[in-house]
Design a protein around this ligand. Structure first.
Ligand SMILES: [Zn+2]
Length: 315
């Protein structure tokens, strides 16, 4: 029999589309494809779409031997049993997705939540590749992320932990989508900076941001654009970076990772975001940053991190 190289399939389920990649043991992309999620068709349709995607990917790499399929899925995932306990945007309740997919494709299937998958992706193939201990913090609509300890994903009891965005950083603070107040997410997400920018514009009619934006059209980049030329924008960023840094220092002091990787839309600001965060983290880090420094870096895999990490689940 002819010798075939192994490959690993990673599936990243989003509310609108499902992304799939096939990667080699070295982390090279051998094939990629996507399909609509099809939430309106229910769990059978979503499962059928995943199976279709897996079959297309397998056809594209038929001289490789697929070892297994990893799935990153939004919501609360029982990763031990491969069950989607609850996923609001998929309208899933207790769906044994790993079993449903595995039965039809004849390969082992492992699952984790999408934020954890992204963290594992960055830790295995991206910005955390050279470190054994890393934390990913994704600054998007919400704040997600994951924790890697000694090269292993930390998920907590019944995989319900590592909810970085809901660590409370301000008692009785801003309301969060989860129902609590003062969550990291309420201060550090892209939504949070957009809301703050709009509020400060309204309070400061003299702000230069009014030249090109209204409180209705501001986005996550607005304050960064005007950082050097407008005091209101600078104040927004001071507020944003200060709160973001508090969350990062908490993570750094609890887990003492070698690196905190920043992903999501806001991370596109690159050094302009990362450098001031590094300064703040260094200043607040327990016992200082000489003995066991914690680097703050930009994540490198972008929206492919989830699919890469899903594949890493079966490596
Ligand atoms: Zn919350």
């Amino acid at each position: 029999m002819e010798f075939m190289d192994n490959c690993y399939i990673g599936i990243d389920i989003g509310g609108m589309s499902i992304k799939g990649v096939v990667i080699s043991p070295e982390g090279n992309i051998l094939a990629e494809n996507s399909v609509v999620t099809g939430v309106e068709g229910g769990k059978e349709q979503v499962c059928a779409n995943i199976v279709w995607l897996v079959n297309e990917l397998r056809k594209a790499v038929d001289d490789y031997k697929p070892i297994g399929i990893g799935i990153g899925c939004p919501g609360i995932i029982d990763s031990k049993n491969g069950v989607v306990v609850f996923a609001a945007n998929l309208n899933f309740n207790n769906v044994p997705l790993a079993h449903m997919v595995g039965e039809q494709v004849g390969l082992p299937v492992r699952m984790t939540n999408d934020a954890n998958a992204a963290a594992l992706g960055e830790a295995t193939f991206g910005a955390g590749k050279i470190y054994r201990n890393s934390v990913l913090v994704t600054l998007g609509t919400g704040v997600g992320g994951g924790i890697i300890i000694d090269d292993c994903l930390f998920e907590g009891f019944k995989s319900a932990g590592a909810e970085i965005g809901h660590m409370i950083i301000v008692k009785d603070g801003l309301p969060c989508t989860c129902g609590n107040r003062g969550c990291f997410e309420a201060y550090s997400s892209a939504s949070a900076i957009i809301k703050k920018t709009a509020e400060e514009m309204k309070a400061h009619p003299e702000s230069a941001m009014w030249k090109t934006y209204t409180p209705e059209t501001v986005n996550g980049k607005t304050a960064f654009e005007y950082w050097d030329s407008d005091q209101t924008a600078a104040d927004v960023l001071e507020w944003y970076l200060d709160h973001l840094a508090v969350g990062l220092v908490n993570l750094a002091n609890i887990f003492r990772p070698q690196v905190i990787m920043i992903g999501g839309g806001i991370s596109k600001e690159g050094d302009r975001l990362v450098n001031p965060l590094q300064k703040r983290v260094d200043a607040m880090l327990f016992a200082g940053s000489d003995y066991a420094p914690v680097k703050v870096v930009k994540a490198t895999l972008g929206n492919q991190a989830g699919a890469f990490g899903a594949a890493a689940l079966v490596m």
